[in-house]
Design a protein around this ligand. Structure first.
Ligand code: SF4
Length: 358
């Protein structure tokens, strides 16, 4: 339920009294809050250094006047959720999987969110009748293999509501996987108690994808929350958004991905930031993202490497956009493959032998 979110800082005045913005910026923050939802949890607020103007945690959660500027390439619905929503609460973009969005409430409102036009707005919850229609949509389509429960953040729901979702999906024979997308284990980790872990128990595979962007978010409490999920038999992966001024350098990404793997979380996706309105100040260039990802190749093991992806605007799907390491070499009909330092090698190694096999 929306009232169960334990974010203490939920208004411009709260940000002011918590010392996260100066009085001179209150009007600016109020104008942002009229357009987009604002909130940060006490756990995340405690990580912010108010004296550091470029604090990477503050950049993610403290509203900024830069959000009031919409650039020409930005959209209200950058990845086309509406276009692919056949019934309320469902997004069906790929044949074998759907998104199910039971709530639009989050524990924090990230300043770069691609769903920022809808999260935290009313209606916050999918009405029971609409939820039932969404379940029927899934039941009637045997091609659906996986349901991704997202929002908003589904882990703000009371454990009994989460358990009801899991049990309903678990009872649909053609489903194999139930996946939750959440920021709660990182930003409000005490919410991940035994009752929540118990709510995820099912016959089918239940996976959790957590959202983390900076190594400072990996607090002892966050590690304990993830450990509770892992010990309950839930595999955990992560999603990160590449954000200018937050994590757009190799050392920060390396620390983040090493930290995640060390707490038993497999880095899954590194998202290029979407073209959401008022977020231009967060976006890096794609070439810069490719350079970062290539740099990471030489620094950390494969276990620590997420796939760098872009959601094609309009809802045409997610595609990997890291530089390809292999190129057709027309000189001899083989391949040229790049190592972690950017040096090229012939594949197969001896071009003459390759020619003899043709
Ligand atoms: S928690 Fe996720 S859905 Fe909610 S505001 Fe942040 S990015 Fe958006």
């Amino acid at each position: 339920m929306p009232g169960e979110v334990r974010a203490r800082i939920v208004s411009p005045e709260d940000f002011l009294s918590a010392g996260l913005v100066e009085a001179g910026r209150l009007d600016e923050i109020r104008r942002v809050a009229e357009r987009y939802s604002v909130a940060v949890t006490e756990d995340m607020a405690a990580l912010i250094d108010p004296g550091e103007p470029t604090d990477p945690i503050a950049a993610q959660f403290v509203p900024s006047g830069a959000e009031l500027m919409t650039s020409a390439e930005e959209f209200a619905d950058p990845i086309g959720d509406e276009r692919w929503s056949p019934v309320p609460g469902i997004v069906h973009r790929y044949p074998d999987r759907v998104l199910l969005k039971p709530t639009l409430v989050c524990p924090v409102y990230c300043r770069f969110c691609f769903r920022r036009e809808v999260v935290g707005k009313t209606p916050a919850m999918l009405e029971p009748a609409a939820l039932e229609r969404a379940y029927d949509y899934i039941r009637e389509r045997p091609e659906i293999w996986e349901v991704i429960v997202t929002g908003g953040d589904p882990f703000v729901l009371a454990p009994r509501r989460l358990a009801a979702i899991v049990q309903t999906l678990d009872a649909i024979p053609h489903l194999s996987v139930i996946r939750f997308h959440t920021r709660v284990p990182i930003v409000d980790p005490r919410r991940v108690g035994p009752a929540l872990a118990a709510a995820l128990q099912a016959e089918k595979a239940v996976w959790v994808a957590v959202h983390a962007n900076h190594p400072r978010e990996l607090t002892p409490a966050a590690k304990a929350a993830v450990t509770r999920l892992v010990r309950a038999g839930v595999p955990v992966v992560s999603q990160t958004v590449l954000l200018r001024g937050v994590n757009d350098d190799e050392a920060t990404l390396e620390a983040l991905f090493r930290g995640l793997v060390a707490m038993r979380v497999k880095p899954y996706y590194l998202h290029h930031a979407d073209l959401a309105r008022g977020t231009a100040h967060f976006r890096t260039g794609i070439a810069a993202g490719q350079r970062l990802v290539q740099g990471l190749r030489g620094r950390v093991s494969g276990l620590c490497q997420p796939t760098y992806v872009l959601d094609i605007p309009g809802g045409y799907g997610k595609v990997p956009i890291g530089r390809c390491a292999i190129h057709a070499d027309d000189g001899y009909g083989g391949w040229a493959v790049e190592d972690g330092n950017g040096d090229r090698h012939a594949y197969p190694p001896d071009p003459d032998k390759a020619k003899m096999r043709e």
